[in-house]
Design a protein around this ligand. Structure first.
Ligand SMILES: NC(=O)c1ccc[n+]([C@@H]2O[C@H](COP(=O)([O-])OP(=O)(O)OC[C@H]3O[C@@H](n4cnc5c(N)ncnc54)[C@H](OP(=O)(O)O)[C@@H]3O)[C@@H](O)[C@H]2O)c1
Length: 290
């Protein structure tokens, strides 16, 4: 079926449902509308995308060729179960999970005469009304499956960036996304709390740390992690690393220690001429969490 006439319905009117629906509708795809756990959410999403709200799962299923299950990961299988009971012969069912595969979420979908797909927007979709704008610059990772070219065509046709991903590597792929996105929040939290202990308000701390966060991120994107690396571990400055360790406690200290050991390896590759043995010994010392 050509993408321009493929009618796409969304089940789950949350952040990703709103954002993908808006992106697709603005890109002239045929979006039928929304069904959600609460009708008020479906109504809100339908208004935002100028599509139709559905009160019944049967109705959106009947009206759509493809159903995007934009519900939380842990809900995908049960919604799929409901769709199977209704009958999905000839339909495409698609989920947006980065970690879960089509086989895990849509067991025996071929036996239902339907196709299962997964399209993961590689983007922190944190707002129902504005995140769709950022999606235009994001990668969409399409799980390799029979018929997945359909989504490649649709997304490429809208000028979006796509990439295929093998089902077996999805957990690792999603761990990569979580490390750079979610774990960065843990680092920001540690930094902000330490600044607060130095007398900064949270707002002042974030403003003061912003150039470090922004320029470091830009340097990493531009040149890679090793080239962007600066600081005492890179310089082999054990005195400063000890001072840092002495003012950290608990999991903050553990994170500093294990992340710095990774940095020490990175620094070795970058400038092997520097002596970092004292730093590495300090970081490897037992009882860091004392
Ligand atoms: N957020 C991200 O950054 C991001 C990025 C890439 C991929 N994803 C994936 O996108 C999917 C959706 O994530 P999200 O962040 O958009 O979640 P979300 O904001 O929590 O939205 C999920 C929506 O699903 C609805 N829902 C929950 N259970 C349902 C059910 N049994 N039947 C029908 N509707 C149900 C809820 O509806 P009501 O409002 O009606 O209660 C909620 O609005 C997940 O698979 C996630 O892994 C998320």
């Amino acid at each position: 079926m050509r993408m321009s006439i493929l009618k796409i319905g969304f089940i789950g009117a949350g952040k990703v449902g709103f954002s993908l629906g808006k992106l697709f509708a603005d890109g002239n795809a045929a979006v039928t509308g929304y069904y959600s756990r609460r009708y008020s959410s479906a109504l809100e999403a339908a208004r935002f995308t100028d599509t139709k709200p559905y009160e019944r799962l049967e109705s959106i299923t009947a009206d759509s060729d493809a159903l995007f299950l934009t519900v939380p990961d842990q809900e995908i299988r049960s919604v799929y179960g409901e769709l199977v009971r209704l009958g999905i012969k000839g339909k495409t069912v698609c989920q947006c999970s980065g970690a879960l595969t089509v086989d895990e979420t849509f067991p025996n979908i071929k036996g239902q005469g339907a196709q299962g797909q997964s399209v993961h927007p590689l983007f922190p979709v944190n707002d129902k009304y504005t995140s769709y704008r950022g999606l235009t610059g994001a990668f969409f990772c399409i799980e390799e499956n029979d018929g997945c070219e359909l989504w490649w065509e649709l997304l490429e046709g809208m000028g979006l960036k796509t990439r295929y991903i093998a089902p077996a590597v999805k957990p690792k792929y999603h761990a990569a996304c979580a490390v750079v996105s979610n774990l960065a929040c843990a680092l920001a939290d540690i930094g902000t709390r330490l600044m607060e202990q130095c007398g900064f308000s949270q707002r002042e701390a974030l403003d003061a740390l912003a150039p470090l966060i922004k320029h470091n991120t830009e340097n990493i994107i531009e040149n890679g992690a090793a080239a962007a690396l600066t600081g005492p571990t890179e310089r082999g400055d054990a005195v400063t690393v000890k001072k840092h360790l002495d003012c950290l406690t608990g999991s903050d200290k553990e994170l500093y220690r294990s992340a710095s050991l990774i940095l020490a390896k990175l620094a070795e590759e970058k400038s092997p001429d520097r002596d970092r043995r004292a730093v590495t010994a300090l970081l490897n010392e037992g009882g860091m969490s004392k």
